[in-house]
Design a protein around this ligand. Structure first.
Ligand SMILES: Nc1nc2c(ncn2[C@@H]2O[C@H](COP(=O)(O)OP(=O)(O)OP(=O)(O)O)[C@@H](O)[C@H]2O)c(=O)[nH]1
Ligand SMILES: [Mg+2]
Length: 562
């Protein structure tokens, strides 16, 4: 087992005026600060054995803590204020053990006693398990009155019971569990301890039912026996008979393991070696382990005013703010208390963020390189995001007041940069105007260029049309030329063919006519066939001659008529 941890002082009660001082320390920091926390608080009358129980319980839970315990007798130094162990991982959860200044301390005056009660009132909002450590020879029903009185005092004078809670607290209600750890020279077996709790409850119900009612309304139900809901559990811590030796071991043991080993070896010579009480030290340590197991069994994380699990961080908020409120006069409404705590929590987060963002903005402003407007607007947005992420109840006081705080503090941070922002904004405006003019000019130039381009394009189209037309003309011309050549080459032949045809037709028709005239009578007036033949022959000769000299075509009209 590792070395002793120092117990952490969390509250100091000023002896002169009973004011409670919150001592902010590292207890609430680190990676566990946002994880659910089980708070285990030991309370009871002074010299009851609370600090001793805390020391051994912390060893048993794995976070051995040097809770300052007092010595019996004139040197008795009582615990003052509130001390805590570091947060410990046990049974898969995180626990913190608290040792509270005892009641009825001879040095306490009324104010200090009230302050202790206030501390308990505060703790009743976050504690998962309250352990009343008592050291009386017996326990009776009337002994419960003490716890009931304390609870009712807390509820009636300091902290109102949540309005939502009605009747007995059920097993899962947001209330603490109550264990009574009775330091006595009796070592009860496990079953016997539960029997004892039932017996005490039955006795109390018969004689003082209002006491049981108060306890049932303010502590969760832990079990049900014979139809009776038990709102506390009872167990014993074996009271070692060898006071001096025990205290000596606590004062001198080098390490927690060393202490546990030596305590385990403590034997009670007055007991028979066969008796379980012979091994007194082992019986005591066994009881402490049983107390630890009970804690693991009954402990459930409490929730804050918004229904969120208590964490080291919210625990700190409660202690810090709660104490300020408790230092004023009660009674306190617990809704109001949680509101205050929520306000403090969000105020702190906002303030941290504002400090961080303010530094960034300052840096940008100092660099004089522009961008201040963007820096401020980005920072404002980041701040808003944080605020919205706080999930404060809509229309709640906490939201309203944190919103106000945010607005006013942020205004104070960015106020000094107002002139610089204005200058930057004006310059931006001018630049923007200039840019707009430039853009306009560029647009005009572009339009002009576009017009020119359009015009050039039109011209080009025109030129293309013209060229196309020219090409067509050339094409047409060359076509015509081709025809001309063709005709020049082939026309005489065509004419010759046609002429031949005409002659053939003529000769044929003449022959037909002659034939007919033979049969019908007088010869026709047509020239004689010999004359005709001569003419045709002449014509043929002309044609042959012309073909040899194409240029003379057509031959003059006289030649043809001959
Ligand atoms: N023999 C014996 N002595 C015990 C036991 N528990 C506590 N003591 C002694 O009782 C004395 C007071 O014990 P503390 O643990 O300081 O008691 P406390 O309740 O913290 O006292 P205050 O802080 O003054 O309220 C110490 O000298 C312890 O040694 C026990 O179980 N057996
Ligand atoms: Mg003490």
């Amino acid at each position: 087992m590792s070395a002793w941890n120092e117990a952490v002082e969390m509250f100091r009660v000023r002896r002169d005026d009973g004011q409670i001082e919150f001592i902010d320390n590292h207890l609430y920091e680190g990676p566990v600060s946002k994880l659910p926390l089980h708070v285990v608080a030991l309370f009871g009358i002074t010299s009851g054995g609370k600090s001793t129980a805390c020391r051994f319980l912390s060893c048993s839970m794995g976070v051995p803590t040097d809770f300052p315990s007092s010595t019996i007798g004139p040197q008795h130094e009582p615990t003052r204020g509130l001390w805590g162990s570091p947060v410990v991982d046990a049974d898969g959860n995180r626990f913190i053990i608290l040792d509270i200044e005892g009641f009825d301390n001879s040095e306490q005056d009324q104010k200090v006693a009230e302050a202790v009660l206030k501390l308990l009132a505060l703790l009743s909002e976050v504690t998962s398990v309250f352990i009343q450590v008592r050291r009386t020879p017996t326990i009776q029903a009337s002994d419960l009155e003490y716890i009931a009185t304390f609870v009712s005092q807390v509820r009636s004078t300091l902290l109102q019971r949540p309005v939502a809670a009605k009747g007995d607290a059920g097993p899962a209600d947001n209330f603490p569990a109550l264990l009574i750890a009775h330091v006595m020279p009796l070592h009860l077996k496990r079953g016997e301890q539960e029997e004892k709790a039932l017996e005490i409850t039955k006795q109390a119900l018969a004689s003082q039912p209002e006491v049981i009612q108060t306890i049932s309304e303010n502590y969760v139900e832990l079990s049900r026996k014979e139809g009776q809901g038990l709102h506390f559990d009872y167990l014993t811590l074996y009271e070692l008979p060898m006071f001096k030796r025990f205290q000596q071991l606590m004062d001198t043991a080098k390490t927690p393991a060393d202490l546990q080993e030596q305590v385990r070896n403590l034997v009670d010579m007055n007991e028979e070696p066969s008796s379980p009480l012979y091994k007194a030290g082992a019986a005591f340590l066994d009881d402490v382990d049983f107390l630890r197991d009970k804690i693991h069994n009954v402990s459930q994380v409490r929730t804050d005013g918004r229904g969120h699990a208590i964490t080291p961080e919210s625990f700190r908020q409660l202690l810090k703010w709660g104490v300020q409120e408790m230092n004023k006069v009660g009674p306190l409404n617990n809704v109001y208390l949680w509101e205050k705590i929520a306000i403090d929590a969000c105020t702190k987060q906002l303030q941290d963020k504002i400090d961080e963002l303010g530094a960034k903005v300052k840096e940008v402003a100092a660099s004089q390189s522009g961008g201040l407007v963007e820096a401020i607007s980005a920072a404002t947005e980041e701040l808003e995001d944080l605020f919205n992420g706080l999930n404060l109840q809509t229309n709640g006081k906490a939201r309203e007041s944190c919103d106000k705080m945010k607005a006013s503090t942020w205004a104070l941070v960015i106020g000094p940069f107002k002139d610089q922002v204005l200058l930057e904004a004006n310059k931006r405006l001018e630049d923007a105007k200039k840019r707009e003019d430039d853009a306009k000019k560029r647009a005009e130039d572009a339009k002009k260029l576009a017009d020119d381009a359009n015009k050039r394009a039109d011209d080009a189209i025109k030129q293309v049309d013209e060229a196309r037309r020219e090409v067509q003309d050339v094409k047409r011309h060359s076509e015509w030329q081709r025809w001309q050549d063709y005709l020049q080459q082939n026309l005489p032949w065509v004419a010759l063919i046609l002429l031949s045809l005409a002659i053939i037709i003529h000769r044929f028709s003449a022959a037909v006519a002659d034939c007919c005239s033979c049969f019908k009578g007088a010869p026709s007036l047509r020239p004689l066939p010999e004359v005709e033949l001569t003419r045709i022959r002449q014509l043929e000769q002309d044609l042959v001659h012309m073909q040899s000299q194409r240029r003379d075509w057509p031959p003059d009209a006289g030649a043809l008529s001959r």
